[in-house]
Each structure stands twice: as C-alpha cells, then as structure tokens.
Design a protein around this ligand. Structure first.
Ligand SMILES: [Zn+2]
Length: 279
C-alpha cells in the first residue's frame, strides 16, 4: 500500500539507543530496537511510505537547538520527510529556538510531548510557540493523551484550554488522544484545524476496537490521519498498516486516512502531488 505517515520519529543514533533502552526497561519489546533512523525509514519505504512527518522531541532543556539542526541536516538527505522540530518549555531562549526552526530551517511545525517534556499543553511557557506557528500557518503535533504513560501533564482538559486560547491553530493530537478518544473527537466539530492521528493504534499496548476506529473515521473522514509511530512499534510496521486498513474497510476512507488528510494537515510542506493508497 502507498501511504503518507502522519507520525513517525527520527533520532540521532545516541538518542535512539537511549530511547530503546528506556522502553526496554519499561517492558516494551520494540521491533526496531537497535536500528538507526535510515534503517527505520527504509522499512517504512519498503512498506509503501511516500512521505512522512518526522517528529523529534527534547526531553530536557538545552537539547532542542542541536536536535533541530540535526533534523534539518538529516532531512536534506530525506526529501520524503516533512520536518517537525522541538523546543523544551524550560529552554531559556524558547522564542529564538522557535523562530529559527520556523524561519531558518523552514520546519512544518513542532512536536510537543506533554508526558516526556512534563508540560501541560496549556502551559503559558508554550504561548510564543503557538503564536508563531499560528501566525505562519504552520502546525503542531501534540501528545496530549494520558497513555501509554500517565502523568499529571497530559489529558483532554489541559488541551482544551490551549485550543480555546488559540482558535484556528492547526494541531494534530497524537494517538487519537488515547485514552480519552471520544472527548478529543468531540472537539473536532468546533475546531476545523484539529486532526487526530492513529499512531501505534490499534495495538495490544493501545487497544481500540476496529469498529470504533472505523466509526470515528466515518464521522470525521477529513480529520483522522494514519501514523506509524516508527520506531516505537512492537511489531513490523506492515502488521499495523494492515490492521488499520482492515478496520477502515472502505477504499475511500483508506485513501483519506492514509493519504489526503496528512497532506492537508501539512499544508505547503507536503510535496507528493499524486498517488495515494491503492489496494
Ligand atoms: Zn510518537
């Protein structure tokens, strides 16, 4: 199947090794552990990925600038990637990092991870980021849901507060906002810039009935985006692709979730003109 991936991660080798080790210690069996970013992208390409949103995130202050520079360099060798940079809420020069990411590196936007970065989506430290993104018509991908690691920072109620303060912002909620999927989905009606991605779902780690996924996509055919969450997968990516496509069923829904919607969310950053999933 040919597809766009709305949620994948690339990391420098050392950071990837640290993340692999963290997940292993937490009892995960990552299928792509020990595989560097180009290898993981190769696996996605072999599965049919044409374009993908590459997300990075800084887990502590002082890393974002280097990570963004690394991402930009890495992205030059991977024109199939739509780049989303990072900033940490404790970074001293947050507005400067944001500006360089958007204007010098021309990133499509940012990834925010409420759990890993220990920041509520409505934390005022992030206001300059939201303002800059909205002013430039870029986008934000936020892990705002409470799973798979519960912290006081994630959850629907903090996300709503941000959304109400930044109307019109283009934002994609990772993992369908799991485990508050219906609460996040209820926001779609009033917020045309809001999208939900399926990263890593459904899976034993984030179980969701195929029927619920299909119902969601039928209700909101233009707002659900497929995401692999590569390399945070406990199975080959092809198994996840097949499960999501089978849950959606109708070719029209498959085309929207695996192609159209990511392209619309990325805006001008998407490059592939034609294509789309074919059975
Ligand atoms: Zn992810």
């Amino acid at each position: 199947m040919v597809f766009r991936d709305g949620h994948l991660h690339v990391f420098p080798d050392r950071l990837k090794a640290a993340i692999d080790a963290w997940f292993a210690a937490a009892g995960w069996h990552l299928w792509y552990a020990g595989r560097p970013a180009p290898d993981c992208l190769g696996a996605l390409a072999a599965a049919g990925m044409v374009e993908g949103a590459a997300l990075v995130y800084a887990h502590r202050a002082g890393l974002a600038e280097d990570l963004n520079r690394w991402l930009w360099t890495f992205g030059r060798a991977h024109p199939e990637l739509v780049l989303f940079g990072t900033v940490h809420p404790d970074d001293a020069d947050l507005p400067g990092i944001v500006e360089r990411a958007l204007d010098r590196y021309d990133f499509a936007g940012f990834k925010i991870h409420a759990n890993v970065q220990r920041v509520r989506p409505d934390d005022p430290r992030l206001d300059p980021l939201y303002e800059a993104v909205r002013a430039r018509g870029r986008a934000v991908v936020i892990h705002a849901g409470r799973e798979p690691h519960r912290t006081p920072y994630a959850g629907w109620r903090w996300f709503v507060r941000m959304l109400e303060r930044f109307p019109g912002i283009r934002v994609q909620v990772a993992h369908l906002g799991y485990d508050q999927v219906e609460l996040f989905a209820d926001l779609l009606a009033d917020h045309p810039g809001l999208y939900l991605d399926t990263a890593g779902l459904p899976s034993p780690r984030l179980p969701l009935a195929g029927r619920q996924l299909r119902d969601l996509a039928e209700r909101w055919p233009d707002r659900i985006v497929f995401g692999s969450d590569m390399p945070i997968l406990e199975e080959p990516v092809s198994a996840l692709l097949e499960r999501v496509a089978a849950a959606l069923g109708a070719p029209e829904l498959v085309r929207r979730v695996f192609w159209d919607n990511a392209g619309r969310f990325w805006g001008r950053a998407g490059r592939a003109e034609t294509g789309g999933p074919v059975a």
